[in-house]
Write a protein that binds this ligand. Structure first.
Ligand code: SF4
Ligand code: SF4
Length: 190
């Protein structure tokens, strides 16, 4: 009878080529087998790094506009965040890994009352230096794909080895950040 430890070690560990910039190198392969590998790599990022696009990841966390800015997040209450423990959010260019679409049927909770808010670090909150937001189209780890995949994802993610759409995003987004997280500590006024 096979030993449990042996069974665990039966899975495949992929080691794609890494370039001088430290990012994975896209392979020139348009086959269904390659898309199957990419689907799995993309799902890994959806699970571990909150990646979302129109076909993958948690759909409420996908922003068709590709900005993912706090002002358009279900958890923003004026300049407060109901989820993240931060004195003041930047509604135009702030974001975190917990961004969610605004939906009337998705009520939120005042978590600060139960001392259950996430820290800025745990949420991955940052303010984009571009003043507009995030998305794969603003991430330095994305490059033009050799060719789009069959779902028309036309960028390649060098962090996860799969093709992405410009309006997708994940918490590893490398867009340059402003140094200051907020301008007016503890001020709730606009
Ligand atoms: S900090 Fe995160 S959860 Fe809070 S409003 Fe901004 S994107 Fe939404
Ligand atoms: S391109 Fe950047 S934001 Fe998009 S999945 Fe890759 S690391 Fe994340």
């Amino acid at each position: 009878m096979a030993d449990d430890d042996d069974d665990e070690n039966d899975r495949i560990i992929l080691s794609p080529k890494v370039g001088k910039d430290g990012l994975f190198v896209e392979v020139d392969d348009d086959s269904p087998e390659r898309e199957t590998v990419e689907i799995h790599n993309r799902e890994r990022f959806a699970t571990h790094f909150k990646y979302a696009d129109k076909l993958c990841g948690l759909q409420p966390t996908f922003d068709e506009k590709g900005d993912y800015n706090c002002g358009r997040c279900n958890q923003a209450d004026e300049y407060e965040c109901l989820l993240v423990d931060i004195p003041r959010i930047d509604r135009d260019a702030g974001s975190c890994g917990d961004w969610e679409k605004i939906r009337k049927g998705d009520p939120e909770l005042r978590l600060e009352k139960s001392d259950a808010q996430k820290s800025v670090t745990a949420a991955g909150y940052g303010v984009a230096a571009n003043g507009k937001g995030f998305g794969c189209h603003r991430c330095p780890f994305a490059s033009r794909a050799i060719r789009p995949d069959s779902a028309n994802r036309d960028l390649y993610c060098g962090k996860g080895d799969f093709r992405v759409s410009g309006n997708a995003c994940c918490v590893l987004n490398g867009a340059p950040l402003r140094k200051k997280l907020y301008d007016n500590p503890r001020s709730r006024a606009s």
